[in-house]
Design a protein around this ligand. Structure first.
Ligand SMILES: [Zn+2]
Length: 213
């Protein structure tokens, strides 16, 4: 956990001095208070009294990716190298919100690219994943955005992104079996054009037990 995340988590705790939102107040907390009422609950009972504010803080944290941009995130972290073998960052933990139900989907992201004289600091890849994950998303778009950002900023010979995720909107409603995962992938450049390169990446994931692919 890096410092910025720790700090934001701390901010999720409310100070006792902050006032509860009034129902109908045009804030996220105010609307959530009304939603709690509409669900038939009493927003004034002890357990729920501060829930609207907690919800607002949590939602702002979980959608903080809207205020970040890949340009700033990757600038200053790119280095010239003569390395041109595949770089793989696998098992990146990912937590996002599905835009259809506002329920979490979460899982693992695997990223590979083949540099074209430039690489990016390895820690930037998980941060890029977080940036796009902390938005209202569908898994397919999240996959594409991560791949395209790397392609645009780094201009590698190719990039591949695979995401394996479970969607609470599916498993909690019993739409799918509890353990089913959705797998999405986006391949650009040599990963798209060359089956052998693509297979090298996939077999690497398989051999490391990172995936059920
Ligand atoms: Zn959903």
């Amino acid at each position: 956990m890096d410092n910025s995340i720790e700090k934001t988590v701390e901010e999720l705790a409310l100070t006792e001095s902050s006032k509860p939102a009034a129902a109908g107040q045009d804030t996220i907390a105010g609307h959530m208070r009304r939603i709690i009422e509409l669900l038939g609950e009493d927003p004034n009972r002890e357990g729920l009294r501060r829930t609207p504010e907690r919800f607002e803080k949590a939602m702002r944290f979980l959608t903080a990716g809207y205020t970040q941009d890949p340009e700033k995130l990757l600038n200053g972290a790119m280095f010239k190298v003569c390395y041109d073998n595949m770089v793989v960052v696998k098992d990146i933990e990912m937590y996002s919100l599905c835009e259809h139900h506002l329920l979490p989907f979460f899982g693992k992201v695997h990223v590979a690219y083949i540099p074209n004289k430039r690489v990016v600091g390895l820690s930037k890849i998980p941060r890029l994943v977080n940036m796009f994950a902390r938005r209202l998303q569908i898994q397919e778009r999240l996959t594409r955005q991560i791949a395209q950002a790397i392609q645009e900023k780094l201009q590698p010979q190719g990039v591949a992104v695979v995401i394996e995720a479970r969607h609470l909107c599916m498993v909690m409603r019993g739409v799918e079996k509890q353990n089913s995962q959705a797998v999405t992938s986006e391949v650009l450049g040599v990963f798209r054009d060359c089956a052998q390169t693509r297979e090298e990446f996939l077999s690497f994931l398989r051999s490391n037990g990172a995936t059920k692919l």
